[in-house]
Design a binder for this molecule. Structure first.
Ligand code: GUN
Ligand code: ZN
Length: 438
């Protein structure tokens, strides 16, 4: 209700800065209150800190939620996910290009129907809330309807979401391709209806180089050039077969990244999913333009795309985000993404620390997506998006947690053993979005 103040008393964790890759977080990065409290009203955080320090400042009519045994963190952020692929998760046996043709394109054709898109947008957002993800950058299908459906559903819930209509004018079934400039006009209409409306933002969304003509890529770049507040999302260097195809289709470009550079698609609000097969020169060029690579570990493993080299990325100064990439990803949960990220890291001798992982899921992704003025950490004035985590969500977790001697150990256990059961409640825009049953 308007004006109503709320407070949750719990263990409260957020990050004010990047903790780095070391076993101990950098000074000043972790903000943790063992007996903490988060206070919010009208969808915004009013205060955060030690429960006892905060108490004297609180309004008299505040509603207090006592969850002293739980851990409160900013809502998780997923920087790359396809809501239209929820129902083709776990489709057997293909790598990228066959997987697209055999499963993905036929499924996305179904989103020509608005009623189907409405159902799926609702199902997808319910799942996101169940896993504690309060913000995502989302691929819709090539049908403008699918974007209206998604943004409408997000708006009703008061969520902060980025999304866009897939641009693809070739190399896909007739029912899925748009017209080269018709797709751009539809994008302009969607931008004017949704970009900056409530907590929503528009991501210009050319699927990837092979499914757009140069003319369409250039026109997408034109949209970004005219409005610097727009985001861009696409795919880059995920699969070796894809790389060969791009080289064939764009002989005028010296590498895959240059296809996007030539069309003006590489900037600080651009997110390129995967970026597995890059050389240091490409990493540097991305870093120089402050562009982001979305590391999608469960998807990269599922499609057999390759092992993403996080250290090489860091060394080139490249911004990384973390993403599920459903439906090629195998789990929507940010905890599962961290687990897969850790496992990929182990194979390359670069294990992901819990500090670095939970920072990436919250403030890290917010900074990379230029949303850190609104979400990703706890401070007065920030949006009230947070998860209430049950560290003893299963008998096994309870046993393992009982052995933990530090917050770092508890967080690592959470990222390896946690799943949707650990998400006790999800709040976004100051509203309760999900509460675990029993
Ligand atoms: N490359 C182009 N389209 C897609 C997609 O839908 N999923 C993944 N993982 N890669 C892509
Ligand atoms: Zn993707």
């Amino acid at each position: 209700e308007q004006g109503q103040a709320w407070l949750i008393r719990a263990r409260v964790l957020s990050f004010d800065a990047d903790p780095g890759d070391g076993d101990t977080p950098r000074e000043g990065s972790v903000v943790y209150h063992q007996d903490g409290a988060l206070w919010w009203a009208d969808g915004r955080i009013q205060g955060v800190g030690d429960y006892r320090t905060l108490t004297p400042q609180l309004p008299a009519d505040i509603s207090v939620i006592d969850q002293r045994d739980k851990l409160v963190m900013p809502g998780f952020i997923d920087s790359h996910v396809h809501y239209v692929q929820l129902d083709i998760m776990a489709s057997y046996g293909r790598q990228l290009l066959d997987w697209l043709n055999d499963y993905t394109f036929p499924e996305e054709c179904r989103f020509a129907q608005r009623a189907h898109a409405d159902n799926m947008a609702d199902a997808f957002l319910k799942e996101l809330m169940r896993v504690g993800t309060t913000t995502a950058q989302v691929f819709c299908s090539s049908h403008p309807n699918s974007v209206d459906a998604f943004f409408s559903a997000a708006q009703r819930r008061g969520l902060c979401m980025l999304a866009g209509k897939v641009l693809m004018d070739r190399h896909a079934p007739e029912a899925l391709t748009d017209k080269t400039l018709g797709g751009i006009r539809d994008t302009e209409r969607l931008i004017s209806d949704w970009h900056g409306t409530d907590r929503l933002g528009y991501s210009v969304t050319p699927r990837f180089a092979p499914t757009s003509t140069r003319t369409q890529l250039d026109a997408a770049g034109g949209l970004l050039h005219n409005d610097e507040s727009l985001w861009l999302q696409t795919h880059l260097s995920e699969n070796l077969g894809e790389l060969d195809w791009v080289a064939e289709l764009f002989p005028e470009s010296r590498d895959y990244l240059e296809v996007y550079e030539q069309s003006g698609l590489v900037g600080p609000r651009s997110t390129f999913a995967h970026g597995i097969h890059l050389d240091n020169g490409m990493r540097k060029r991305l870093a120089e333009r402050s562009a982001n690579i979305a590391f999608c570990p469960s998807s990269n493993l599922f499609l057999g795309s390759g092992l993403f080299d996080r250290h090489a990325a860091h060394e080139s100064g490249l911004n990384l985000t973390l993403a599920s990439d459903i439906g090629a990803g195998t789990d929507l949960s940010g905890l599962a993404t961290l687990k897969a990220g850790y496992q990929v890291g182990q194979l390359l001798g670069q294990p992901l620390t819990a500090w670095s992982g939970f920072h990436a899921l919250t403030r890290g992704n917010a900074v990379s997506l230029s949303l850190d003025d609104r979400i990703g950490r706890f401070a007065p004035g920030m949006d009230a998006d947070f998860v209430v985590i049950d560290l003893s969500a299963s008998p096994l977790m309870a046993r393992r947690m009982a052995r933990c001697e530090s917050l770092a150990e508890e967080l690592f256990t959470l990222m390896m053993l946690g799943d949707d059961r650990a998400i006790f409640e999800t709040w976004a825009g100051g509203r309760l979005q999900h509460r675990r049953q029993n």
